[in-house]
Design a protein around this ligand. Sequence first.
Ligand SMILES: Nc1ncnc2c1ncn2[C@@H]1O[C@H](COP(=O)(O)OP(=O)(O)OP(=O)(O)O)[C@@H](O)[C@H]1O
Length: 234
Amino acid sequence: MSDALLNVQNLEAWYGESKALHGMNFDVRPGELVTLIGRNGAGKSTTLRSIMGIVGKRTGSIRFDGQELINRRTFQIARTGIAYCPEERAIFSSLNVAENLTLPPVLKAGGIADDALLRQFPNLQRRLKSQGTKLSGGEQQMLAIARILRTGARFLLLDEPSEGLAPVVVKEIGEQIKALKTQGFTILLVEQNLSFARKVADRHVVVENGVVVDTLTNSELEADMARVKTYLGV
Ligand SMILES: Nc1ncnc2c1ncn2[C@@H]1O[C@H](COP(=O)(O)OP(=O)(O)OP(=O)(O)O)[C@@H](O)[C@H]1O
């Protein structure tokens, strides 16, 4: 699609000899929040890792903001304005919140300034001096998201931010993600939690065995939950 910010075509990816993506095709438009949904092992996380250039081998095309990323290295991809928040959150346990926040380098102009960031994430402001290990799962997730917002990236790859969190915290994370969309960030979100996904997303891309098998707007999903539940086996 010509107005896409990200356009993925025939994306294949491997871990060693083992092929995980078999020709993914989808796009994301500027300002959109798109989810990748599908069963365990479908290839959702691998898609994010492939966009970021952190799988063993990948082929096909990943066009972002008019540039081809398929042969670029991760640090070059980061400089185009894409940031990745992994499922495991990757908080440095020996560093405190302030140190974790400021560790990733600012790569582009337009990142959220530290004081604005702490206003946006008041619970991090309260825990600035707390060590990574002392944070709750929700605080770790907020920190993992907050620290990529300083870098100047405008396209966020978020891997299962709701995972392992209590419903009240999931709701809070959902509000933060919606606020990011309102601020103009474009977001590609991997999500197993359908009730979370439908509250935040514009569109859903269904992944099965390393390919895209369906794409639905959020209203289509609301109108036909059965269609998606079949894919997810729920
Ligand atoms: N580091 C790895 N080494 C080898 N194979 C992997 C690795 N990570 C994932 N895979 C395999 O790649 C395929 C896709 O996995 P992926 O993690 O992308 O799925 P997913 O849809 O994100 O599911 P989940 O939510 O369970 O992580 C699976 O068959 C998985 O076993």
